[in-house]
Design a protein around this ligand. Structure first.
Ligand code: ADP
Length: 225
């Protein structure tokens, strides 16, 4: 059973009168519970691919079927509903909301829950990532590693079926990087969450079951362990 199925996916940007092809006929399927890394040179289309898979952006052509739903057939609101229900996303630059505290940021994906339950769950998650004493801090009052941990707690909040992480350990010290790695892989082991990582870190990539190499917007290799 696949959680994600990508067919003939292409993405182009128009820049003046030039067409820039960023993804060119990408195809792959991901089984439920699989762990996979997407690697490749800077500018090869990895972040764009991740955004399309997660329904954050729409393709120029081709299809993305996420948890049984064809994203290109849905409105932006419907895609957002699927993301809220099933998807966790860890952004390269965290994307925490600056006007909200750490706790409130983690509560964002829990808006459909009763406020008291959302708060309890968000507090548990912040404890889990070692930020029990930072709940009322605002993003600017947190270090990069702490902000990344808040963004991980937020990504875990809705018990996602699939977690997308864009350079989750990039720019972090070794200790924080290892902690984040452990949290992500534990989620896969404990809850069977499918993991899709974009990373430059070859050691991290080697810990996933499968590595897709992408170059110039095309899949060059798709290696299963
Ligand atoms: P990677 O994650 O592999 O570094 P990206 O997916 O971020 O690559 O970017 C791939 C290419 O798409 C780059 O050449 C980048 O400049 C271009 N690109 C990304 N987003 C846009 C955009 N919104 N408009 C135009 N070009 C873009």
């Amino acid at each position: 059973m696949n959680i994600l199925s990508i067919q003939n996916l292409s993405k182009t940007y128009q820049s003046g009168n030039r067409k820039l092809t960023v993804l060119d006929d990408v195809n792959f399927d991901l089984a439920i519970g699989e762990t996979i890394s997407i690697v490749g040179p800077s500018g090869s289309g990895k972040t764009t691919l991740l955004g399309l898979c997660a329904g954050l952006d729409s393709a120029s052509s081709g299809s993305v079927v996420l948890n049984g739903a064809s994203l290109e057939k849905l409105s932006e609101d419907q895609r957002a509903a699927i993301r809220n229900q099933h998807v966790g996303f860890i952004f390269q630059n965290f994307q925490l909301l600056p006007t909200l505290t750490a706790l409130e940021n983690v509560m964002v994906p829990l808006e459909l829950k009763k406020r008291k339950d959302a708060r309890t769950k968000a507090m548990e998650l912040l404890e889990k990532v070692g930020l029990g004493d930072r709940m009322t801090h605002y993003p600017t009052q947190l270090s990069g590693g702490e902000q990344q941990r808040v963004s991980i707690a937020r990504a875990f909040a809705n018990d996602p079926k699939i977690l997308f992480a864009d350079e989750p350990t990039g720019n972090l010290d070794t200790e924080t990087g290892e902690m984040i790695e452990r949290l992500i892989f534990d989620l896969n082991k404990e809850k069977g969450t499918t993991l899709v990582l974009v990373t430059h870190d070859t050691e991290l990539a080697a810990k996933t079951q499968r590595i897709i190499h992408i170059k110039g917007g095309k899949i060059q290799e798709d290696n299963h362990a």
